[in-house]
Design a protein. Structure first.
Length: 387
């Protein structure tokens, strides 16, 4: 009897250019979604091209493999290219002339109902490896000896999990649920994202060094609700805030209801977005396509004239350390922005940096973290909207 085709397939695809533009290749594979087994793979050097062109070529190859091996299967496409995934999902416009014919070809191959999933780069290592193999060969270099199989993917997942679980700590009891605050007094940070501004509503990049807008009417109402909630909760010892106007205005509303002064902490400021400040994501994609792709792919990349996520992480951690020294064992409301809040949550969870792309922090929401004297950090609530 013929072997039954899988009902669900995962396509993993990638493309890379050494120079952007430069020598380029793509890699793609299909995987049985139920068994995780790699069924087929394809990789090819394509001469000189950009990263985006190579990534689209990888997607097309993956869709062709799916049609060849399981034409009736449900598909999920996983790529670390935010640009390709968002464009194929219909959430971003395709404006670059080199992308349009490739996107049209990919759309013609994609059946109805494809699930488009962005993944961090390290979760797309299988496709990355096979494309780099052929690119090395095309440049006269020995190919990599490592090959991707279901067992190696499983081993990588287990290694990543162990890296988080084995994070060094001096704590004898790392279990959050069994910690007794009457024995050890934690320092509690209640991270309050500022209320909305007109830029927030318009979904514009808005960071340090930009126009520095204040709260709009809705933002003031959100700050009022957060302040009332914190007043009812009680137990707040101090308020600190980012130096940016929207954070200072939010903090002032809270401080008035709690009868406390606001201290400014520069490390809590939003990312500096440089030349992108005041632009929408679509405008940035149109004017700075290569810089945007690099920024989405690497937390070490920065907008022109701005800061990288790695830099923001370092200063957010430094601000946290300063608060722990100054307010040990007390409860502090820290009024900040999306990115610093995400960075401190990531630190608390011991998670890899790409997790910040999967965290949504609502305006005027509360995220509560605890740091214990023995070094253990715990997450009590995330992006809770006060009522």
């Amino acid at each position: 009897m013929p072997e039954e085709s899988p009902r669900r397939l995962i396509i993993e695809a990638d493309g890379g250019s050494r120079g952007n533009p430069g020598p380029a290749a793509y890699g793609a594979l299909i995987r049985d979604a139920d068994t995780n087994m790699v069924l087929a793979e394809r990789a090819e050097a394509i001469g000189v091209a950009t990263n985006n062109v190579a990534e689209y070529r990888g997607l097309i190859a993956g869709l062709e493999l799916a049609l060849e091996h399981a034409p009736n299967a449900e598909l999920e496409v996983r790529m670390d290219s935010k640009l390709v995934i968002e464009q194929m999902a219909g959430r971003w416009k395709i404006k670059h002339p080199d992308m349009r014919p490739l996107a049209i070809q990919a759309q013609s191959l994609a059946p109805f109902g494809v699930e488009w999933t962005w993944v961090p780069r390290e979760q797309n290592s299988a496709a990355d490896t096979i494309l780099n193999d052929v690119l090395d060969q095309a440049q006269g270099k020995p190919p990599r000896t490592r090959r991707t199989t279901a067992s190696t993917v499983q081993a990588e997942a287990e290694t990543a999990a162990r890296a988080i679980l084995d994070t060094p700590t001096t704590a004898r009891n790392p279990l959050a649920g069994w910690r007794d605050p009457t024995v050890q007094t934690p320092t509690t940070l209640i991270l309050l994202r500022h209320g909305v501004t007109d830029n927030t509503v318009a979904k514009l990049f808005c960071g340090s060094g930009g126009s520095d807008p204040g709260l709009n009417d809705e933002g003031h109402a959100q700050a009022d609700r957060a302040a009332a909630y914190l007043r009812r909760a009680g137990g707040i010892d101090a308020i600190v805030a980012s130096p940016l106007r929207r954070a200072q205005e939010t903090a002032a509303v809270v401080a008035e209801q709690l009868a406390l002064e606001v201290r400014t902490e520069d490390g809590l400021a939003e990312t500096a977005f440089g030349a992108w400040d005041g632009l929408s994501l679509e405008q940035v994609d149109e004017r700075f396509p290569h810089e945007l792709e690099a920024w989405l792919a690497s937390t070490g990349a920065a907008p022109p004239g701005g800061e990288s996520y790695d830099t923001v992480f370092e200063r957010a951690v430094a601000a946290k350390d300063e608060l722990l020294r100054g307010f040990a064992g007390r409860t502090v409301v820290a009024v900040s922005h999306v990115t610093p809040i995400k960075m401190l949550v990531r630190l608390t969870l011991g998670a890899p940096m790409p997790v910040v792309h999967r965290l949504e922090v609502a305006p005027a929401s509360l995220t509560t973290l605890r740091w214990w004297p023995d070094g253990v950090a715990t997450l009590r609530s995330f992006s809770a909207i006060p009522e």
